[in-house]
Design a binder for this molecule. Structure first.
Ligand SMILES: C[S@@+](CC[C@H](N)C(=O)[O-])C[C@H]1O[C@@H](n2cnc3c(N)ncnc32)[C@H](O)[C@@H]1O
Length: 319
């Protein structure tokens, strides 16, 4: 994507509205009930730390998406500068560089390299990291390929952490925008590639695939990891059973698809690491540690139970 065009877009009224929607001032306008539930009403789920409301990620209600955003936002506010969370992730994912702090369980250098290869991008290209969190995985690929990056996430705290990280890494060709992944407000046909790690399962599958198709140039490639449901009653209602079908009906052809065999092992490594550092984490970030600790307890308890979802790697090309 041409940077001038992107800068123009970032200053457009629509983008400014999106940014305002995720500002603390806007967030304070959300009803006390939603704010309360997003702050404390969290439970362990199939993946990551997920607010309790059953249909939270149905993508059908603006309030539900607002609550989800607040939940992620309060978690990112707590962990963005956390020394202990950094230690937790380094112990769980020792091959990642020190500066790359994921808020997911998939990243490894092998996976990031595979995404970089699949996207087939270089210094003249641009790519998006959709639901980029604190920016580390996308910035690694940005450094590895020389391509320009736009990271998108609906958490303002995550975007702020990602922007700071890009500055510390001295990467000027990376920009981070706070927006809903199903309606980014970015120009159509503006990216050569798109990556997303452990995130699209939280969104209405059809809506996010349609948005990915809209922002990619014809021939552009999407490379992502996500969960696929193996049962009908996952607490996150939006997890699809078959993302290949979703992408095919949205104008993509499938180039690569694989179930990630080491995913349970990596989940356990993270949850064991959280368990090990629990006292230090509570000491450092207080109440905000609860959802992580609850999830770790529940996940370690049923580590040997039959899986209810699988982690997949998918590469799709826009026709
Ligand atoms: C498990 S985290 C993964 C973050 C990042 N990809 C990484 O690997 O560190 C899921 C991310 O999805 C983001 N997210 C969930 N729903 C979203 C939506 N509708 N729009 C934008 N971001 C969303 C969350 O804020 C969170 O950063």
């Amino acid at each position: 994507m041409r940077l001038a065009r992107l800068r123009q877009c970032l200053q457009s009224p629509k983008t400014i509205r999106l940014l305002k929607r995720s500002s603390p001032a806007h967030r304070s306008k959300i009803s006390p009930r939603s704010a309360r539930s997003s702050g404390t009403d969290l439970r362990a789920s199939e993946n990551a730390w997920i607010p309790r409301t059953a249909n939270l990620f149905s993508g059908e209600s603006t309030r539900a998406v607002d609550e989800a955003r607040l939940a992620f936002d309060s978690m990112y506010s707590a962990i963005a500068g956390s020394r202990v969370y950094r230690q937790i992730t380094h112990r769980a994912f020792p091959d990642l560089p020190e500066w790359l702090i994921p808020y997911s369980v998939s990243p490894s250098l092998v996976l990031l390299e595979r995404i970089a290869q699949s996207l087939n991008i270089g210094p003249a290209s641009s790519f998006m990291d959709l639901a980029c969190g604190m920016g580390g995985p996308g910035l690694w690929i940005c450094e590895r390929t020389g391509a320009s990056l736009v990271g998108v996430d609906f958490s303002a705290a995550a975007i702020s952490a990602a922007t700071t990280l890009a500055r510390h890494r001295g990467i000027a060709r990376a920009t981070f925008v706070s927006a809903d992944a199903t309606d980014t407000g970015l120009p159509e046909k503006s990216f050569d590639g798109l990556m997303s790690i452990d995130a699209i399962q939280f969104m209405d599958a059809r809506s996010v695939a349609t948005e990915i198709a809209r922002v990619l140039r014809p021939g552009g490639i999407a490379a992502l990891t996500t969960m696929e449901a193996l049962v009908d009653d996952l607490p996150v209602a939006t997890v699809a059973k078959d993302y290949r079908a979703v992408f095919k009906t949205t104008g993509f052809s499938i180039c690569d698809y694989e179930q990630l065999a080491d995913s349970a092992e990596k989940d356990n490594a993270l949850f064991e690491s959280i368990d090990l550092y629990r006292d230090a984490l509570v000491k450092e970030i207080g109440e905000a540690a609860s959802p992580m600790l609850e999830e770790a307890d529940e996940r370690l308890k049923r580590a040997k139970a039959p899986p209810r979802a699988r982690k997949i790697f998918l590469v799709a090309q826009l026709q």
